[in-house]
Design a protein around this ligand. Structure first.
Ligand SMILES: Cc1cc2nc3c(=O)[nH]c(=O)nc-3n(C[C@H](O)[C@H](O)[C@H](O)COP(=O)(O)OP(=O)(O)OC[C@H]3O[C@@H](n4cnc5c(N)ncnc54)[C@H](O)[C@@H]3O)c2cc1C
Length: 325
């Protein structure tokens, strides 16, 4: 049988036959992925990340998005914590509003740079008093030129556990945190955070699905037994994505650059392309057994809602299959 060698020597008919069977192969793969999703109806859990709005207009957009996405009964919705004190107060007030106005599990992010342990304990205690039981615990980005921080993510996890028995999520980096000495030391850091009491890790956004799957395997091998929830970033503006990726050490594959090429002034089409990329990713990840997905919504509902729909996360299924959380 001709396996190796110069395929251009194949008779035309035969090469057409190979092309035909390759396309059957891909069509079959797609069939399998879609079939798998159909079988997962009601088993997928989603969570959504928002950021505190800085204007009345942004606040309206945020609430429209929260209202729309809350129909999907997310496991939790989280609100990021900014580096300056104004943003920090806003996180608290958005969390309080979500808690009061909805039945969602409102989850604040909290960073430990730029705050004393006493201040962090006070913030955590205030959250505990208003009924918050889940926190995303982070170190936060270091201001340029700053020295070695006095606290890391693992220290914050331990501190929070002294305040109350919070459910704690931490950050994980399939493509390595930009400051990490090596992939292995970064993995050991994640293990320290889990050993300190974190019950789940949410990843930095990524586009290399295989690399995420390898990272998940390495976590298991290192004894990290929590969910490594993929952070999905539905791209709606490729230029903005390139900026985020450059500061977070995330690879933007060449095929993605090619897909967005020529759409610089066409944000509507960019959204469709972004949704299609994210839908492909979640299909493959769900096929690999991932049941929890965290979406970086950038306070917009449309793309995230569409991707969740693809995953079979729909209002009627949630009502049927899930008792209120
Ligand atoms: C899901 C998610 C949500 C986020 N939300 C926010 C947010 O709301 N607000 C915000 O400001 N930022 C946020 N970030 C960004 C995050 O704060 C930064 O990536 C930050 O630089 C690292 O935070 P961390 O908790 O992962 O830090 P850590 O786990 O402390 O790790 C930071 C770096 O230090 C290294 N390290 C850890 N311990 C030690 C040690 N003892 N000695 C030497 N090196 C060590 C690690 O390997 C890593 O390179 C988020 C990131 C993710 C993935």
């Amino acid at each position: 049988m001709l396996i190796y060698g110069d395929h251009s020597a194949l008779p035309n008919m035969m090469s057409r036959g190979i092309k035909k069977s390759m396309s059957f192969f891909h069509a079959n793969q797609r069939e399998v992925l879609n079939q798998n999703l159909a079988e997962l109806q009601g088993q997928i859990n989603v969570s959504f990340e928002f950021f505190p709005p800085r204007s009345n207009e942004m606040e309206q957009t945020l609430w429209q998005s929260i209202d729309r996405l809350s129909e999907l009964k997310p496991t939790f919705v989280s609100v990021t914590y900014g580096a300056n004190s104004g943003d920090r107060k806003r996180t608290h007030s958005v969390i309080k509003d979500i808690k009061e106005r909805t039945d969602l599990d409102a989850t604040p992010h909290l960073t430990c740079i730029d705050a004393t342990p006493q201040e962090l304990q006070a913030i955590a205690w205030n959250y505990w008093l208003i009924g918050i039981r889940h926190i995303v615990a982070l170190r936060g980005d270091l201001p340029p030129g700053s020295g070695r921080p006095s606290m890391y993510g693992a220290d914050l996890v331990a501190l929070l556990k002294t305040v109350g028995d919070f459910d704690i999520s931490v950050a994980a980096y399939p493509e390595m945190h930009p400051e990490a000495r090596s992939a292995q030391s970064d993995l050991l850091n994640l293990k320290r955070k889990v050993d300190a009491g974190a019950s789940r890790a949410i990843t930095q956004f990524f586009f290399d699905v295989e690399n995420y799957l390898r990272f998940r395997d390495r976590c298991v091998a290192a004894g990290i037994d929590t969910e490594i929830v993929p952070g999905i970033f539905p791209v709606s503006n490729f230029r903005q994505l390139k900026h985020f990726a450059s500061v977070t050490n995330v690879k933007v594959p060449n095929w993605m650059t090619a897909m967005f090429d020529g759409l610089e002034h066409d944000l509507e089409t960019q959204k469709m392309v972004g949704a299609s990329i994210a839908m492909d990713m979640v299909k493959i990840l769900s096929r690999e057994g991932i049941k929890d997905f965290h979406f970086y919504t950038l306070n917009r509902a449309e793309l995230t809602y569409a991707i969740c729909h693809t995953l079979g996360v729909r209002p009627r299924d949630r009502d049927k299959d899930h008792s209120p959380r």
